[in-house]
Design a protein. Structure first.
Length: 296
């Protein structure tokens, strides 16, 4: 049997309540020459049963060891046979033409592709979290280069993956690191707004802060090491925390206005401020530790 054109890799951990929706959306894709691989590292819940009982065509990879998302993606990519590796999450819902649009972009010479992120449920809280995380990937924005391809909606040609991959499996910011390695090889991720995935967030201010603070710290440390920041630069950036939050909000507002999300940006501004403050505080902590000669 010839290999499929596309391999879709989905990490799963306690995903039994959401994985069916993702797999149903994959089953409704217009583009059919693909395989779906679910990597499950939560054997104690019903995720495996949901996949095996309802989706026999899906390849299920089981891990007895708890895997972080990018480690699970690496395991799935190792089993994949397609020439285009596509990544999403179990709580995402791809639109029916998602794979069609990614394949079209790949056919136009794009070896690293990031699609648009929609919000799955309309509410002020969902909008606020979504804008914190994905304001630069709203469907109303024009196509173009992007700094980072989040793995909720990203695709890599196998030939690029073999040079730039795999993900750093222990890091949540591994999608950023892979994007930067691809860029260093001359392939900056290309934003394709027609390739749309809807994401469900479901977290309030407290949960958002608890998530964004450590992930901002991890990202800040990784970025400083990759870009080889000097200690004076680290100290300066660590000291600009209040300004950094304002810059993030201004940038998010600019993206929202261009994408037709202006009112939704204004209505969810307090929650965005919490999320950006958590991220920027985490980055500042990492930079301050590195400036003092420690580890971040």
């Amino acid at each position: 049997m010839s290999p499929p054109a596309v391999s879709v890799v989905i990490p799963a951990w306690h995903s039994d309540t959401v994985i069916a929706g993702c797999l149903d959306a994959l089953g409704a894709q217009d583009f059919r020459d693909f395989e779906a691989i679910v990597v499950n590292s939560s054997p104690a819940d019903r995720t495996s049963d949901v996949v095996t009982s309802g989706y026999p065509a899906v390849t299920l990879v089981e891990s007895r060891e708890r895997l972080r998302p990018h480690a699970a993606r690496n395991l799935g990519a190792g089993r994949a046979r397609g020439g285009l590796l596509v990544f999403t999450d179990p709580d995402c819902r791809p639109r029916h033409d998602w794979l069609t649009r990614l394949v079209e972009a790949h056919g136009q010479g794009r070896d690293a592709i990031v699609g648009a992120m929609d919000v799955a449920a309309r509410s002020r809280a969902e909008d606020g979290v979504h804008l914190c995380k994905f304001s630069g990937l709203l469907a109303g924005l024009p196509a173009g280069d992007r700094w980072i391809a989040p793995t909720a909606n990203a695709a890599y040609a196998r030939r690029l993956w073999e040079r730039a991959g795999p993900f750093d499996g222990d890091l949540f910011c591994a999608d950023a690191l892979l994007s930067w390695r691809a860029g260093a090889l001359g392939t900056t991720p290309w934003f394709t707004p027609a390739a749309r995935v809807a994401h469900h967030h479901g977290s309030g201010a407290r949960d958002l802060w608890r998530e964004r603070l450590p992930r901002g710290e991890e990202f800040g440390g990784a970025r400083a090491r990759v870009e080889k920041w000097s200690r004076p630069r680290l100290a300066l950036r660590a000291a600009t925390l209040p300004a950094a939050v304002v810059v993030c909000l201004v940038r998010t507002g600019r993206h929202a206005r261009r994408a037709g999300w202006g009112w939704r940006f204004a209505a969810s501004l307090p929650l965005q401020a919490v999320g950006h403050a958590g991220w920027c505080a985490g980055e500042s902590l990492a930079w301050a530790r590195l400036a003092l000669g420690g580890r971040a």
